[in-house]
Design a protein around this ligand. Structure first.
Ligand code: ADP
Length: 692
């Protein structure tokens, strides 16, 4: 018998040759090998190949996805940068075109600034010689008068009298001050003060006369607050006339306001604006609302421009001193920047215009464009960077803001670089995880299938061994029995003693034969699921004792000693007597077979509250831990040469296991190679389930 179960290439060749010669076992092997090859082919075609393709396309898919992700971010970044640039270009183009259109059509660019740009605060206009003509800087000598009047005795007395309500006296004193004042400015102020006193006292005629005198004689004189006396007097006259004749009064005030608004404005002087506002308020109840709105708008514009001109002019002058206000082609724009302003300069044929854009407001507008360019939901943000902001991290995209913001640029960055990276890494990991899982499953599946095939193959070999073993096992007792019977028949046993020996052999061998036949028949009915047992409560110790006694004679002839230990109280369990006898016969004959050299067998019956145990021990060859799991499988015979020397069929323990399970119990084994084995039967105390 060929015990080598592995099929290396050389062995395979030998098996093939043996099969050709008609070796039945080799033919079985080759038959099964063909089955295995077929299986491997089918397996490769249906699982491994698709698995590998899946992995290949999976990896390619992940790569493509990652590339697409990166390209998408880049696309978003580029489009955000383009949007931003287009937005800023549109902002400046609108502003420049608006300005040029106004200049070409002869409209004023020095009013209605917000219509040109939200950020435009002031427009400075220079003439061909580079002299600032709008808003006008104050002339030398146009400064405020000192407060000399307050130290002038008649003036003080007049003020005092007026506070007391003594208007006549106050009027006389103001007249005296006017006479005595040497400087025309002081004189003018005294006349105006006297006019006011007369007005307050109700002497309207005198008041009108005096206001007219101021208007004609001292119009250009400015009072301590920078107001022109002419403006103040004209306003007063308008007020007086309104009371007398509303229609012509209103016309005269309106005319006065318009004149004030048309005047060139002087930086640092708010008087004209204040008088104009007072005038507008005077006729607010009567005047045309459209006129009122326009006048108020111009007034606001003027006040705001004067405020900004005062603040920004020094910065513009530093820029001019640096030679930045260069003559250039009419209609083109150049840009420069100071601390608070972005300056846009343009020329017409005669004049240069410098438009001061508030830098903060400008940034706010540019910032809005940046937010809109990237979109609120997008993964990127636009960041505007100046020349002093240091070296920025590499942006996804970048656009220069020249020429409007020289040295400035906008960079597009991931809104949350870490989150973006993490999302990409997660996507990659998920993909790889799925592929690895699939591959692992394929590998595990392959391993399991290979094992299954191996076991099938093993089983097929065991089965073919079984057939050979059974025929062998049958033949030897039959031969023995026939030999001894023939010897007896032919009278070849001369004396009583030798005849006895012949009878013994015949009895022993026929017992062995019937054991074998019992086992094979039982196994067959177990395999077909036909085996039925009849359980009755009974004393287990008695059966064990009977079986041990029956075995004893056979053991002794083999020179083996058998010991039985029973508990004092014989335990009662539900069992099938024939089946239990068969179980014990199998265990005892195994112990005798594989433990013969040690020469002893022990049988111990013990019990506790749960179960009754019958342990059959020998001191024989033992079983390796690996094989301890397999010996209960059908047809399994050990590959250990020591065990192989003994005859057997590989179904004894399978029957034991089956019968014990039918009893609701189990069989366990404890063994060490070379040191013997103990097989223990565990019978539960409760009755087993009846056969299905
Ligand atoms: P066999 O007819 O081969 O004895 P069994 O099913 O009774 O079949 O046993 C299966 C295998 O278990 C045996 O081939 C043997 O290797 C091993 N075996 C069973 N009992 C013992 C034992 N008492 N000592 C050592 N090996 C044993």
């Amino acid at each position: 018998m060929d015990d080598d179960k592995s099929l290396g290439p050389v062995r395979l060749l030998r098996r093939l040759l043996a099969a050709r010669r008609g070796d039945v076992r080799a033919m079985v092997d080759v038959y099964h090998l063909r089955g295995v090859l077929f299986f491997v082919l089918v397996f490769a075609a249906t699982i491994v190949l698709p698995g590998l393709l899946l992995a290949y396309y999976g990896v390619a898919g992940i790569r493509a996805q990652q590339r697409a992700g990166a390209a998408e971010v880049e696309r978003v970044a580029t489009s955000a940068a383009d949007n931003f640039q287009v937005g800023v270009e549109a902002l400046f183009k609108g502003f420049e075109d608006g300005t040029l259109n106004r200049l070409k059509s002869g409209q004023s660019v020095t009013s209605g600034l917000r219509e040109l740009s939200e950020s435009l605060r002031v427009v400075f206009r220079y003439d061909g010689e580079g002299k600032l003509v709008f808003p006008r800087p104050p002339d030398d000598g146009e400064g405020l008068e000192d407060q000399e009047l307050f130290f002038f005795a008649p003036w003080q007395a007049a003020l005092h009298a007026e506070r007391q309500g003594e208007f006549t006296r106050a009027s006389t004193l103001f007249a005296q001050a006017a006479r005595e004042a040497r400087a025309p400015d002081l004189r003018g102020q005294a006349v105006y003060a006297r006019a006011n006193t007369a007005h307050r006292a109700g002497e309207l005629y005198l008041a009108e006369q005096l206001y007219t005198e101021v208007l004609t004689g001292y119009a250009a004189v400015r009072d301590a607050y920078g107001f022109r006396l002419g403006d103040l007097a004209r306003l007063k006259l308008g007020e007086l006339r309104l009371a007398r004749d509303p229609v012509s009064g209103e016309a005269s005030v309106r005319e006065h306001v318009e004149a004030l608004l048309a005047e060139p404005w002087i930086i640092g002087r708010g008087g004209e604006a204040a008088v104009a506002r007072r005038g507008i308020d005077l006729i607010a109840g009567r005047a045309n609302p459209e006129w009122l709105g326009r006048a108020r708008g111009r007034l606001e514009d003027r006040a705001s421009q004067l405020f900004w001109a005062e603040r920004l002019l020094p910065q513009l002058e530093t820029l001019g001193a640096k030679g930045r206000l260069l003559p250039m082609a009419a209609g083109s724009f150049s840009y420069s920047r100071t601390e608070d302003a972005l300056w846009a300069t343009t020329w017409t044929s005669q004049d240069q215009y410098v438009l001061g854009l508030d830098l903060d407001a400008m940034w706010a507008q540019v910032g809005e464009i940046a937010v809109r360019a990237a979109g609120p939901e997008s993964d990127v943000v636009a960041v505007v960077r100046g020349p002093d902001d240091g070296e920025p991290a590499a942006p996804l995209a970048r656009r220069s803001l020249a020429p409007w913001f020289p040295g400035w640029s906008v960079g597009i960055y991931p809104r949350d670089a870490e989150a973006l990276r993490q999302r990409q890494a997660e996507e990659r990991q998920r993909g790889i995880g799925i592929i690895l899982l699939s591959l692992t499953m394929i590998v595990v599946g392959t391993g399991l299938s290979a094992r299954l095939v191996q076991r099938e193959l093993q089983m097929a070999r065991d089965k073919s061994d079984f057939a050979a073993n059974v025929s062998h096992e049958l033949r030897s007792p039959i031969t023995q029995i026939r030999l001894k019977a023939e010897a007896l028949q032919l009278g070849l046993a001369p004396d009583e003693a030798s005849r006895e020996r012949h009878y013994d052999v015949i009895v022993r061998e026929s017992e062995r034969l019937s054991r074998l036949v019992d086992n094979v028949l039982d196994f067959a009915s177990i395999e077909r699921g036909r085996k039925r047992y009849t359980f009755r409560p009974g004393d287990l110790g008695t059966i064990v004792a009977r079986m041990v006694e029956a075995a004893m004679v056979a053991m002794e002839t083999r020179g083996m000693d058998i010991q039985l230990t029973l508990p004092e109280d014989s335990p009662v369990v539900w069992h099938d007597t024939d089946a239990v006898s068969q179980v014990l016969t199998n265990l005892l004959s195994n112990a005798a077979k594989y433990g013969q050299e040690a020469g002893w067998i022990k049988v111990d019956v013990t019990s506790d509250s749960d179960e009754v145990r019958v342990a059959v021990s020998d001191g024989g060859i033992g079983i390796s831990p690996e094989e301890q799991r397999q010996i209960f499988e059908q047809y399994y015979r050990s590959s250990d040469p020591l065990a192989r020397r003994k005859k057997g069929t590989g179904i004894g323990l399978t029957i034991v296991k089956y019968i014990m399970e039918a009893h609701g119990g189990r069989v366990s084994v404890r063994s060490a190679t070379g040191r013997g084995s103990t097989f223990t039967l565990h019978f539960p105390l409760r009755p087993p389930r009846p056969n299905a």
